[in-house]
Design a protein around this ligand. Sequence first.
Ligand SMILES: Cc1ncc(C[n+]2csc(CCOP(=O)(O)OP(=O)(O)O)c2C)c(N)n1
Length: 660
Amino acid sequence: MISREKHDRMANAIRFLSMDAVEKANSGHPGLPMGAADIATVLFTRFLSFDPKNPAWPNRDRFVLSAGHGSMLLYSLLYLTGYEDISIEEIKNFRQLGARTAGHPEYGHAAGIETTTGPLGQGIANAVGMAIAERKLRDEFGSDLMEHYTYVLAGDGCLMEGISQEAISLAGHLKLNKLIVFWDDNNISIDGPISIADSTDQHARFRASNWNTIAVDGHDPDAIAAAIEQAQKSDKPTMIACKTTIGFGAPNKAGTHKVHGSPLGAEEIAATRKALGWEAEAFVVPSDVLDAWRLAGLRSTKTRKDWEQRLDKSDAEKKAQFVRRFSGELEGRLSSAIDDYKKKLAETKPSPATRKASEDALEVINGVLAETIGGSADLTGSNNTKTSQTKSITPDDFSGRYIHWGVREHGMAAAMNGMALHGGVIPYSGGFLIFSDYCRPSIRLAALMGIRVIHVLTHDSIGLGEDGPTHQPVEHMAALRAIPNLLMFRPADATETAECWQLALESHNRPSGIALTRQNLMAVRTEYEEENLCARGAYDLISASDAKVTIFATGSEIEIAVKACQALTAKGISTRVVSVPCFELFAEQSEDYQQAIIGNSPVKIAVEAGIRQGWDHFIGSDGTFIGMSSFGASGPYKELYKHFGITPEAVVAAAEAKLS
Ligand SMILES: Cc1ncc(C[n+]2csc(CCOP(=O)(O)OP(=O)(O)O)c2C)c(N)n1
């Protein structure tokens, strides 16, 4: 048992490390770490099951600092509890280039950082995904191997962001009772008191979403502990509203927005040292306090060792599956299953919409991989993401592998990030490409973190027809291609769809989006090729020696390119077609390969039912682009293609005009 005096000194260690690091960096946010230090101290010294020496232990509790600007809280905790990655030097280097202690916590910079936070609201939604993964794996592997809590510290900002409502309502619906959120209820954000912008009754809000809520004094360790104990017994997720003072301990600035995001200044720091009775110099933690923290870091060693023994004693097959799934490796037989499927496609040459081709590919994939968890944001029948293996998950039954995310694209994408970060599962979504805008911040974070989530994005152009311009993506492929480290695929037929799925799954360290059509497309890969041709990002679909015209296209416009190529060839004009299922993979090929694919035809034409941006890399600024330069329109899709001039005839005419 930690005495109140010891608790206070341990919490003050967080406060001083935080204010001193912010002061040295001359930038950062001292207010939150100072205000939330008591909550964190109670959690990390009495409840959190974690092992700084084995930070990736799969059954550890997860702690998400959703209010990422308070990063010094997390870095202090990681240093104090003994994570090797965060030394005192790292604390001194807070916010410096190359330091693990970046301005906001970045996943991968240091062990113990469970997710990248900073964009407010993302962390709480990631945590919902972590809790989903935990619940799912508990069902699958049993509580011997998987049973842990997911804790979140969220601020007013997180709760004001719309994404938090998606996350909260989903968690309440799914009864994720091992999810415990601390709300740092300090009534302050950047502009001043919360009352200038918000009057939400947060308790009523959470309760309306099927949560349990508790209110405590966030500076009373025993009250915080009692609340956590109560939350752990809940059959619903719990929000613990912790009344805190931002910048606690700073005599003149505490409780004001002045302490939110600026260094306190030497004078105020000196006054705080006096007020809190802290004599140690900057970056020095008195040995009795550091010892107590290091002891807290050892608290769960036995729990972790016991867990390892249970894993060792598990049935060999179960253990192998568990270990493989947490390693992220795929089943070895996946590639042969996809290969067999490609052989079948070459024989049958089907011409489905690629959304249907994706379902068929998933039927193969989900039959081999038990870790894929599908879903859709209320568009299951349109996204074709449900297969025979993926029964729906319900609040009381997690034996399924399919999540009805509801109309919550943003929450879905952020929760999927949390699932991937948790490990043991591979999440894939379903949504309309147009609404990638609704989940773009989470897709961007997946790319920044380098995690494997896969977004199935259907209805990928004016080809969706009658729903009209509100639903027809125009700039979306270009906008998504602009995100670094995201693979955007736009396959042209069933074979390319299978290949793109394989590539997405094999991309362990980055997210993918697969843009798919609503309309049927003819088979263009009619011969079996063992090699995954999409892996190079762009390849010769129809080659021609000494081509006068090269047509580059993706997805549904490949069919147009092929027909134009046939017409031009019939006229004696040597023409090639290059399929470009993935810009990003193409950009990673050797210079020689890229040069060879781009080639030197006098006429280069790109066809894509989207905007031109990005295509000049292939066709040059003097190339011809046939696509969209305005919003779409409502109407039958074949008429739309004619209306917007995206036809084989238009391609032929453009080529002839250039050649004449
Ligand atoms: C999506 C998003 N919008 C804006 C910001 C900029 N920002 C950082 S902290 C903050 C205020 C947050 O207030 P609160 O959660 O109460 O934190 P506290 O003031 O208690 O530290 C804002 C607007 C952000 N990080 N993320």
